[in-house]
Structures are given as structure tokens and as C-alpha cells.
Design a protein around this ligand. Structure first.
Ligand SMILES: Cc1ncc(COP(=O)(O)O)c(C=O)c1O
Length: 368
């Protein structure tokens, strides 16, 4: 295997660009001595809510916890169903099981790989307590169509991969009753560790998530319910507040790079591009193609020093952890086909046109 010349993402590039500002902010944070919650987290929450166009933003320990606490606050529990996609990171579904509820999967649309509203309508039962669409790779799922397919069922957006995306000018994260974001370092807005956030316009829901993140206690040592310990770390909030100011510029740059990728790869036999949903601004977390002979292409790129990744090699319903739900091969053909074909190519805001050309040339060379 050749040394990696072009990584999937270069996380330290962002640090290098922001070094002086980041180090000053971290020093100020350390000197202020407010290390858990308090002003650094509150400041970031306010700025994040304003950016997303929602009334409330609550910082929690990770994107997984954002999903978990939001579902809990929505009242999801034993006997309930949550309808979601099988083609996602496992967290979108395992939080449902952890609350004693059942994830009910609906297949994805082949052109976007986001959950298909028509398939959601088919699996809906009176037990559905929430819909959990995932904005995969930073491409917005069709929340309006989902609402039509399941009238009255609250929507929790899994926006872990899509901070900065918008539909008809409204930011992803403001489209459902609540949304979960992840600040895992590779995400569009990435911390230097774990972090997550729940966004909502519902004051009571926000209040409950705030309580749940500190052991279910609005007043310290007087818990009103059994909660969790899951707070956005103050140091991460400090770093994220500083990066949030760059997010629009990074999103635009990623879109520009993806535009160049799409142009260069459009005519390459063997490559199928995903559709960008209409009237939306994607916020590309990954640039993912469908590729014939995908595994061979991946090896070919690796031999030329080009990293790539498969998100996801196994749809959630086929993983051993979810076997007891009773799904099997053939349950969701589009998700299963996607898992055999998808390949994510290098993409990060500081990536150069030269690097992108090199990736495209290697892909084109593979297909001859
Ligand atoms: C779609 C999706 N949901 C949830 C998560 C969970 O976020 P975290 O890793 O911050 O717990 C991720 C992160 O990988 C994700 O991609």
C-alpha cells in the first residue's frame, strides 16, 4: 500500500489556519476558570441558535447523546416506534433501542440515499412516536414530504452530517420539532474532541433536554427525573464558537469543490453521482459517489496514495447488533445496493484544486 498523499480530510489544516486565534481563546478559557457549562457554553449555544434560526440550542456530550436526549425529551420509550433510515451511522438507530423503543426502517431513495417518504408511509403504524430522517453526507432529506407521509408525527432531524445546509433558505436543524448535531472532529463544524447539540423552537423540549443533560435536575441535587451526564465541554464550546464564524465560508468552499468533482466525474463511465435535492443548499460532509467495482476502485486509489472511505459498508438492519429486529438481506434493497456501491472521496475546505484533479484523474484512470 502506498503512503497516503491525499487524505480523506486534513483536520489539522483548520488548526494551522486558526492557530493564533484558537490559542488565544483557549488561554482565555483556561484563565477564566469556568470549565463546565456557564458562559463559554451559553455563548456558543446562543450563537448556534441564531445561526440555525431556532429559539433554543442545548450543548451536549456528542451527536449520539443529542439524538438520545432529544428522543427521551420527546417522550419516546418502551413500546414506541421511531421511523428512520437503515442507511446511516449506527447512532441514528441505537439510541432508539436504548430507550426501549423499536427502530422501524424505511428504505432510501436511490438518487439521494436519504429516506424515501413513500416508503415511510408504508411502514407507519399508530405506535410511531417520531420520525428520524438523516441528512446524509450533508444533503438535506425531504422533511416536507415526510410530514405529508406521516401527518402529526414529530420529526427529529439527524443533522449530524449537515450543519450549514439549508432548504428554501431555512437551515437544516430548524425543519423538524428538534434536531441533533454532532461536533465530532470530522464534521462540518468540528470540535477537537466530542460534542453535540440539540436545536429546537420548543421551549419545553429544550428545558427538558437541559435537565436531562445534568442528571434530570433543573436545580442541582434535586433531580426531577432520571437523566444523563452529557454536557458540551466548555473548551470545545470555545473552539466551536470561533469556528462557527467560518462555517459559511467553509460550506461555500466545499460546494465549490464538489461542483468541480461533479463536473470532472460526470462523464466517467462507472461513476454515478447522487442528486442534489431541489431548492436546497447542501453542506457537504462527504463527497460520495456510487461506483461500479467499488472495492477495486478503492484499492486502486489507495495504491496511488489517495484515501477513500465507505459510509456505510453494511446497512444498519444487517448488522449483528440489530439482528433481533428480524430484518434480513433483501429487506431494504436500495440501502443494500448503496452499501455495495458508495465511496467517499477526499474533501475538506482547505483541499486544493490540484489535489482534487489528482483524485479525479486516478478515478478516470481506473475506469480507463
Ligand atoms: C448520521 C449520524 N448520526 C449521529 C452521529 C453521532 O454523532 P457523534 O459521533 O458525535 O456521537 C453521527 C456521527 O458520526 C452521524 O454521522
Amino acid at each position: 500500500m502506498a503512503d497516503i498523499k491525499i487524505p480523506l480530510k486534513d483536520l489539522a489544516a483548520q488548526y494551522r489556519a486558526l492557530r493564533a486565534e484558537m490559542e488565544a481563546a483557549i488561554t482565555a478559557f483556561l484563565e477564566a476558570g469556568q470549565y463546565v457549562l456557564g458562559p463559554p457554553v451559553e455563548k456558543f449555544e446562543r450563537e448556534c441558535a441564531a445561526y440555525l434560526g431556532v429559539s433554543h440550542a442545548v450543548g451536549v456530550g456528542s451527536g449520539t447523546d443529542a439524538l438520545l436526549l432529544a428522543l427521551h425529551a420527546l417522550g419516546v420509550g418502551a413500546g414506541d416506534e421511531v421511523v428512520t433510515t437503515p442507511f446511516t451511522f449506527v447512532a441514528s438507530a441505537d439510541v432508539v433501542v436504548r430507550l426501549g423503543a423499536r427502530p422501524v426502517f424505511a428504505d432510501v431513495a436511490p438518487d439521494t440515499l436519504n429516506v424515501d417518504a413513500a416508503r415511510v408511509a408504508e411502514v407507519l403504524t399508530p405506535r410511531a412516536k417520531a420520525l428520524l430522517p438523516v441528512h446524509l453526507y450533508g444533503l438535506p432529506a425531504d422533511v416536507a414530504a415526510l410530514r405529508e407521509a406521516a401527518p402529526g408525527v414529530p420529526v427529529l432531524e439527524d443533522a449530524a452530517q449537515a450543519m450549514g445546509a439549508a432548504v428554501e433558505g431555512r437551515k437544516v436543524g430548524s425543519l423538524g420539532e428538534a434536531a441533533a448535531f454532532s461536533f465530532f472532529p470530522t464534521k462540518n463544524l468540528g470540535a477537537c474532541g466530542d460534542g453535540g447539540l440539540v436545536a429546537t423552537d420548543d421551549a419545553a423540549l429544550a428545558e427538558r433536554v437541559r435537565r436531562l443533560r445534568v442528571h434530570g435536575a433543573s436545580r442541582k441535587n434535586y433531580p426531577e427525573e432520571i437523566g444523563y451526564k452529557s454536557r458540551l465541554d466548555g473548551l470545545q464550546a470555545t473552539i466551536l464558537a470561533l469556528k462557527l464564524r467560518r462555517l459559511e465560508a467553509w460550506t461555500a468552499r466545499l460546494q465549490e469543490l464538489v461542483g468541480a468533482y461533479r463536473e470532472r466525474l460526470a462523464e466517467v463511465a462507472g461513476v454515478t453521482l447522487l442528486a442534489e435535492p431541489p431548492a436546497c443548499r447542501p453542506a457537504y460532509h462527504q463527497f460520495t459517489i456510487r461506483a461500479s467495482r467499488r472495492d477495486e476502485l478503492k484499492d486502486f486509489l489507495a495504491a496511488r496514495g489517495v484515501a477513500s472511505a465507505i459510509y456505510y459498508p453494511l446497512p444498519v438492519h444487517l448488522t449483528p447488533a440489530f439482528a433481533e429486529l428480524g430484518y434480513g438481506p433483501g429487506s431494504f434493497p436500495e440501502a443494500e445496493r448503496a452499501a455495495a456501491e458508495v465511496l467517499s472521496l477526499p474533501l475538506w475546505p482547505e483541499m486544493t484544486e490540484g489535489q482534487l484533479e489528482e483524485v479525479c484523474a486516478a478515478v478516470a484512470a481506473f475506469y480507463g
